[in-house]
Structures are given as C-alpha cells and as structure tokens.
Design a binder for this molecule. Structure first.
Ligand code: NAD
Length: 453
C-alpha cells in the first residue's frame, strides 16, 4: 500500500470507530487546534516568512486571526449547528416529527493552495472536524516550509488517525485522488480543478472547488477617488497580489485614469515606502516559475508605476499599467501578482458588458457614491461575491458564504456554511404507529368513495 493509501485507510478506520461523531470529541479537537495557533505562532510565521516573505504581523492578520475566529465560532455554535432543524409540515404529516438532521459525510480530502497556506488549508479542516468527519489534509507543496511545519505540528495537537497530513506534489495528490473520499475540498486554479472533478466523478464524490479568476474592479467617476484607490492598493498588493480575491484589473472612465494612477502611486508609497523591496510589509512572489509567468504578462503594456524587479529575490514592485487593451497579455488570465492594469471604459454600461463577456469572477468590486450604480452592477452581473467600496474584507465575515460561481468555483464555505457543506443534511420524518385510519385513503383499492368524491 502506498503512503497515501495507508493514510486514507487509517482515517477511514478511525472514522468507523465513531469517535468523531460525538460533539464533545469534536469540541475537544477544535480546542486542541486552537491551542496550536496560540502556542506555535512563531513556527507558523517563520515558515510563512520563508515561503512568501510575509511579516509576523501579516501572517497573524491575514491567516491565523481568522482561523482562530472560525474555531471559536464553531466551538460556540456547534451544538446549534448539529441539532435537528425542524421544518414546515404538510397536511399529510401534521402529526409527525419532520426535521433535518445534519450528519457527518465520512472522510474528506482537503487540498490546499500556497498563497495563504494556513488559511485555505485549515479553514476547511475546521468545518470538517465540526461536522464530525475524518479529513486527510494535503497542503500545497509550493509553500514548502509551511507544508513541513503543518505536517509536524498538526499530529501533535489533533487526532492523527482521523486528520492525517499527507505531503507531496502532483504524483502524491493523484495517488490520493485515486482513493475513495466522501467529499473533496480543493483550493487552487480552474485547470487543476477539472482534474480533481474528473477523479472525484469516478467515485461519485461531491466537490467544493475554491478557485480564482480575474476579479474586476469598477471605479465610478462619482466617487472619492483618493479613498477608493487607497483601498484598491491594499487589496491588490497585499501578499504581493497573490490573493484569490485581489482586484485583478480596474475599469474606469478615461477622464479619471490619471487621477487613479496618481492616487494608487501615492498609496503604494504610503504603505510600502519609496523602496518596497526593503519594506517589511511587502511580500515576494512564491517562486521563480511564478515570477517569470507574471513578468511575461507585462509584454505589450505601458507601465505607469513600478515595474522594477529582481528575479534572484522573486521581487516585483507594485506596478500599475495604463490604457490596457482587452487583448493585452495581462488580460488573458488571472494575474495573481502585483500588476494592476487599468482599462478605460466609457461608463457603467460598458463596464458591465465587459464583465459579462468573461468568466464569472470570484469577487466583483465597485467603488461609487451612487447606490444606483451598486444596484445595477449587482442586478446585471454575477460573481462569487460582491463588494462595494472596499476590497477583500468580505472574506472575514463568517456569516457570508465564501465561494465562486461558474469558472471561479462551486460550493461555498466559512462559518456555518463549511459545516453544512461538509455534512449530509438528512431529511427525517418520524411517524407514530397509531392513527392508521388517517392513512386508509392512500392504500389501494383506490375508490372514489374512499376519497369522499
Ligand atoms: P497550487 O499550485 O498550490 O495547487 C493547489 C493544489 O493542487 C496543491 O495542493 C497541488 O498539490 C495540487 N495540484 C497541482 N497540480 C495538480 C495536478 N495536476 N493533479 C492533482 N493535484 C494537483 O496552487 P495554485 O493552483 O497555483 O493556486 C493559485 C490559484 O488558487 C489561483 O487561481 C487562486 O485564485 C486560487 N485560490 C483560490 C482561493 C479561494 O478560496 N477561492 C484561495 C486561494 C487561492
């Protein structure tokens, strides 16, 4: 048996013992996981620093604080989430007990990505534990230091049979995918997502696909451009643009383009100084392969701000591109790096047409003072999430479902949504054996007399 097969078999066997079903055990595991984040912050941030040059505060802000919040919420709400949910009855079932009972699915496979390597891998795990499942955790091999630390630390805190960590690249992931799971949560790109879905189809395994894409950002003329650009600059260059919901490109009226460029430039300086390369808060591209991919995208575009780079250090300065054409290289795929193209459009209608001609994005951003503009964008487009006058923060709201639509993903998670996504919502109807007379009209022979007609 391969290592991957063994890990899945052990998790299945542990699940079959039934211990993950008890709410006390789930809470005990969640508390232990919480403890990991309290006690091992240093190892966690050191690893993320090596992977992505994130500062310690950055790792806390963008990765572990959110996870701690999700764990606390699950601990606080578990009893309520796991309880039977009574539903409306019909005439025939008035005297019965009718409810939805969430139940564990079994063994879940969690395949993480590298850009927020803790957040995107552990967040589904929290829901898997809360919902009473076993889970095999496969961190991204690209964030190599984090993957190693995760493999070392998780078994020290949580049940290592129920929640094993399996490290490895494509070969190991594909071996995992040959095994039977009861659910797969995959975070990554849309191309690999098709491989995942194909493998899942062989076992009829349901999938949650947390993907990416080009998230548009429309800046309306009627708007505080200075504030808008400050927020966009934050959303774009945090983690060096390697954020699934980073605003990918800006659409705006040509008359405000120069102002937008000047304001983004001003905010870059405010956040990352005149020399972002030496600024503690400015990250690095994950590896040279991605560095080259991003640099290639610059071909044929006019740089308005930034453009400096250093391959040996995987450094690309915060960069703004002006007068970008839809056919430009940078507009053909998700950038996932610190390049911000600006595409002039004649107004809201053209922006909406532009957005609707492309794949449905994971996030859609609109900056405007005018509520009608927000309403029109909301009603005439589709995206995983919609955010007006800010960037990224919807990710932190546990009561909002987080997920894509179409090419940006399927299924959703965060808070109770993860619990529900990783549970089977079982419809239950409990009848008593008395009152048989009420049923007589449904039994043959079916005569009009019986129906009283
Ligand atoms: P990645 O290269 O780390 O791949 C993700 C996972 O897929 C890894 O665990 C990897 O081992 C596995 N994998 C890669 N190739 C495989 C193959 N051929 N067969 C089986 N498994 C394979 O990450 P990535 O794809 O570069 O991640 C970036 C993408 O993820 C972006 O598109 C980004 O927008 C998206 N993303 C989405 C979210 C979200 O929550 N929606 C969060 C983070 C990243």
């Amino acid at each position: 048996m391969s290592q991957e097969q063994q890990a899945v078999a052990r998790a299945r066997k542990a699940f079959e013992t039934g211990r993950s079903r008890s709410l006390e055990y789930r809470i005990y595991q969640l508390r232990s996981l919480q403890q990991l984040f309290i006690e091992r912050q240093k190892e966690i941030s050191d690893a993320v620093k090596k992977d992505l040059n994130k500062s310690e505060v950055g790792t806390q802000l963008y990765e572990t604080l959110g996870l701690e919040g999700e764990i606390s919420l699950a601990i606080r709400k578990l009893k309520e989430w796991a309880a039977p949910r009574p539903v409306e009855k019909n005439l025939l079932t008035l005297s019965d007990t009718v409810y939805i009972q969430p139940e564990p699915l079994g063994v879940v496979l969690i395949i993480g990505a590298w850009n927020y390597p803790w957040a995107v891998t552990i967040q589904p795990l929290i829901g898997a534990i809360a919902a009473g499942n076993a889970a095999v955790v496969k961190p991204s091999e690209v964030s190599v230091h984090t993957a190693k630390v995760m493999e070392e630390l998780l078994p020290l805190y949580i049940d290592k049979e129920l929640y094993p960590v399996v490290n490895g690249g494509v070969k190991e992931t594909q071996e995992l995918l040959r095994q039977k799971f009861d659910h797969i949560v995959y975070t990554g790109n849309s191309t690999v997502a098709k491989v995942i879905m194909e493998a899942a189809a062989k076992h009829l395994t349901p999938v949650t696909l947390e993907l990416g894409g080009k998230s548009p950002c429309y800046i309306d003329k009627n708007c505080d451009i200075s504030v808008a650009c400050r927020r966009v600059t934050w959303g774009k260059y945090t983690n060096c643009g390697q954020t699934c919901i980073a605003p990918d490109y800006i659409l705006c009226d040509p008359s405000i383009q120069d102002r937008v460029i000047a304001e983004v430039k001003k905010s870059i300086k405010e956040f990352y100084t005149d020399n972002p390369k030496t600024c503690l808060d400015y990250g690095r591209i994950i590896n040279q392969r991605h560095f080259k991919r991003i640099m290639n995208m610059l071909e044929g575009s006019t740089i308005a701000v930034g453009g400096d780079n250093d391959e040996s250090d995987c450094y690309i300065a915060p960069t703004v591109l002006r007068d970008v054409k839809p056919e430009a290289k940078v507009m053909q795929e998700e950038i996932f790096g610190p390049l911000l193209p600006i595409l002039p459009v004649s107004g809201l209608d053209e922006a909406i047409k532009f957005i609707n001609k492309r794949e449905k994005p994971l996030a859609l951003y609109v900056f405007t003072q005018d509520d009608q503009v927000i309403k029109q964008i909301r009603d005439e487009t589709s995206s995983g999430g919609l955010l007006a006058n800010d960037c990224l923060v919807h990710f932190s709201v546990s009561s909002l479902p987080f997920g894509g639509v179409g090419n940006s993903g399927m299924g959703c998670y965060h808070g109770k949504f993860t619990f529900d996504e990783l549970s089977h919502l079982r419809g239950c109807l409990i009848k008593k054996l008395n009152m048989e007379g009420v049923n007589s009209m449904r039994y043959p022979p079916h005569t009009l007399k019986k129906l009283g007609w």
